[in-house]
Design a protein around this ligand. Sequence first.
Ligand code: S3P
Length: 437
Amino acid sequence: MRIRVRAPKRLSGTVQVPGDKSISHRAALFGAIASGRTEITGYLEGEDCLNTLTAVRALGALVTRKGPGHYLVDGAGLSGLREPDQVIDCGNSGTTARLLMGVLAGQPFWTFLTGDDSLRRRPMKRVVEPLTRMGATVVGREDGSRLPLGVRGARPLRAIAHDSPVASAQVKTALLLAGLWADGPVTVTEPVRSRDHTERMLRGFGARLSVDGTTVTLTPGAELRGPCVAVPGDISSAAFLLVAGTIARGAEIAVTGVGVNPTRAGLLDALEWMGAPVGRSHAALAAGEPVADLTTRSATLRCAVVGAPMIPRLIDEVPILAVAACMAQGRTRITDAAELRVKESDRIRSIAAALGKLGARITEAHDGLDIEGGARLRGATVQSGGDHRIAMALCVAGLVAEGETIVEDTECIGTSYPGFVETVNALADAPCVEELP
Ligand code: S3P
């Protein structure tokens, strides 16, 4: 599938975004190992999170769909999961694969995991190595570092203190989950704190967890009990609309009910530094997560320097931040973001190549991007490389480019943001984003 984009005359209105991807995965997975029933509303029905539901079903949890985004997960408890009779396909979802590995490390049976072309290229050693040290057995390609992988757990696992070389919530979560079956406290220290949805939600499920700076410790022994989880709107999806609503002409938009967890909301800070009039209102707390309505309108942006420790707070938003930087005055530098090279695509390369084709003055650095703002973007045919966040960032670039932009390979948008095209069109004065076969 391809998407044709033209610049709208106006972009205005109030919209919602689908549920948060990270929180949805966790609600399904934690529900599956909890005792009793977890009720989830606002669950993201994108392919990644649907893959997590399929996986927990295969492992013995009972999942019932009550309506759009509304699920009941009857958990198997900490000792009730069973050996799946099929290979579990995690699709495009690194979160499904890595978080599951943490759970599987504590299960006394074999489970085999695979994924799509992109996921089979992504590094798994970062979870496999510490899980193996805890006592799990992992076999697979490249000495157990790429999917397909087979995991056989052990019980109890050995308690470890792990110093993660990367700030990764997936690594942190995998180890904390494995810690539920360990013979003592499991500690993870990160160079910079990554998103803390796991810490918040596991506590809500009754786990014993303490946080000290960038170190998190899980002490096993507590049974998990699922509360009701109301998943907030995904700030990573809202990011595309907020940048569009800032760089497009005649724009004024609001996105309601968005999760604004400070470990995730780096894009809002970056946009504010750049001069975007981002407003927050109706602050509330849902499922232990701060939520707010967000507004913005057309503004002239200035450049910014974005590096560690901000990067983990906006790691998934770098492609769309790069689009904002193309429209800003001056030179924006994004550094300390080498992790982008091992996401669904090499996002440094893919966004630099595609925005360059639209006329942006953007160059790759080994760990980031240099973007000379103020370029006039001109419509062209550009590739998403099968990466949902690149596809949507390019659609937003198309909204401010002259003429017509064709974004190729856009089915991937459904992994995280079903309804993206419809929402952009709902904000526009006339349909400006069109799906082509
Ligand atoms: C995620 C963590 C991040 C992020 C991904 C979702 C999560 O990955 O990029 O989209 O839900 O824990 P890393 O942990 O690899 O940085």
